[in-house]
Design a binder for this molecule. Sequence first.
Ligand SMILES: [Cu+2]
Length: 495
Amino acid sequence: MAIRSSDREVVRSGSFAFSFLAVVLALGALFTVASNDNTTSAVAAGGTSVTLDEYRINPDTINVAIDGTINVSNRGKVSHNLVIEGTDLKTETLAPSASGSLNVKGLKDGRYTVLCSISGHKEAGMHGVLIVGSGGPEGAAASGSTGRNADELTAMNADMDAMMQKPVDAYVGQLKGVVDHLNSTGKLDASLYKANTSYGSMTSSPLAGPSVLEPKVQADGTKQFDITAQVTQWEIEPGKTVSAWTYNGMVPGPTIRVQPGDKVRIRLINELPQSTVIHYHGVDVPVEMDGVPGVTQDAVNPGDTFDYEFTTTNHPAVGMYHSHHHAEAQVSDGLAGAFIIGDLPAEAIMGKATPDLRLPMMLNDAGTIGLSLNGKSFPATAPVVAVAGQWVQIDYMNEGQLAHPMHLHGIPQVVIAKDGFPLAQPYSADTVMVGPGERYSVLVHALPEHLGTAKDGSPALGIWAFHCHILSHAESSRGMFGMVTTFIVVPATAA
Ligand SMILES: [Cu+2]
C-alpha cells in the first residue's frame, strides 16, 4: 500500500529512487563538467604540470604539445610514477616530494592512457587520458598502436560512470528501510535508517546528529559530564576504518547541551597516549577554565583526570569543545564536539520558540578523519530529513583547517547567528562560507514546494543535494566523497 493523502498516492519508492538519482546524477554531471573545465591542463611552452597523490593523477585529462614535456611532481605520501601505456615512456619512480619530467617525443597526435604502474595504484584511481597535440583524427586516436579509438574511450567513460555510481548506491541503501516503510504504511519512521558504517558508541540515530550527552546531576544541581579522551577505531566510510582520537568513542564527540545559568562540571579523563586539555571555544568561562596548557593550566597527562567547572552565562551560545594541545593533530584526528547553551532567538522568523530539529554539523578536512561532515565521508554521511512545514536549525562548526562553502540546493538557508551571536538582521543565502573555528547557525524551512513530483503528478520526496562547494572536497575521479550529503523533504502526511 502506498502513502495516501486523502486518495492520492504521495510517496512511492520508484519516485524516490528516480528523484534521488536525478538529483545526484545532476550533481555528478555538474561536478564532472566543472572538474574537466578546471583540471584539464593548459599546453604551456614551459611544459605541462601534473601532480600525483593518493590515488589520483591531477589533472586526469592532460594536454601536451607534440614533442612536449610533462613536468610531474609527487605530492603524495608514497612513491608514484607516470607511465604512458603501450609505450616505454615513463618517469622514474618518484619518492614523496620528488619531481621528474616526461618528454613525449615520438608520440603521434592522439590520445593515450596514462597511469601509475606501482602495484594497485592504477586500480585505486591513478589513471587518466593524455592528449598529444590535437588528439588525433576525429578527436580520437586511431594513431599507431598506442592511442585509443572512440569505442575504447566510450568504454573507459562507461567504466568511470559505473565506478562513480557505486558510492551513490551505498548512500541510497541507507534509506531503503525508511522508504519501504513509507510505501507500506504511509508513515515516516526515521529509526529504520540503516547507516552503512558503524557509529561506534553513538546511541542516537545519525539523522539527529551526534548523540547528546546526559549529565550526572549532582546534589548541588551541578550538571557533570564525564568526557573520556581515547583512541578509537572509527569507520569514516564503508570499509575504511581509521585510528580516531575521540571523546567518548565517537566523532564528533557527544553534544553537550546546557541552559543559561547552569553550573557545569566537565570531567576530562585522559586515556590517550598523549597529554591533552579541553578548550571551550565560543563559551564564556573563567580564564582558569579556558584550557590552554602552559598558560591557564598544566596539560592533563595520560591516565590523569581534570575537572573544568564554571557557571554558564545568561545568554545562549553555539560553542565547541576541543583539544588545545598538539591541536593540529588532536583536533583533526577527532577531538572536538559541540557545546551548546540554550536556544537562539528566532521566534520572529519561525513563529515558534524552537526549531523542529536542531543539528550540529561538524566540518573537518584534515588528520585521520579528513574531509567529512559529522565525522563521516560520503557515502557514509547521514541526510538531514524534514517533514514539509518543519524548521531545521543547522549549526555549522568548522573544526578543520580550511574554509568550506556549504551549499544547499533548492531551499534557502536563513543565517541567524555568527559564532553564536544572534544577527540583528538575519539574511538568506544558498551558500554559507564557514572558516576554521567559525560557527554559522542557519534555519532551513522545508515547505511543500520543496517536495518532488511523482510521475502521476502527486508529491514525492524532495531530495536536495547538500555539499561543500569546493569541488575537490566533494568529487573525485572515483565519484562523490567527503563533504556531500542531502536534505530530504518528506510530505506532511507522512509525519
Ligand atoms: Cu570544503
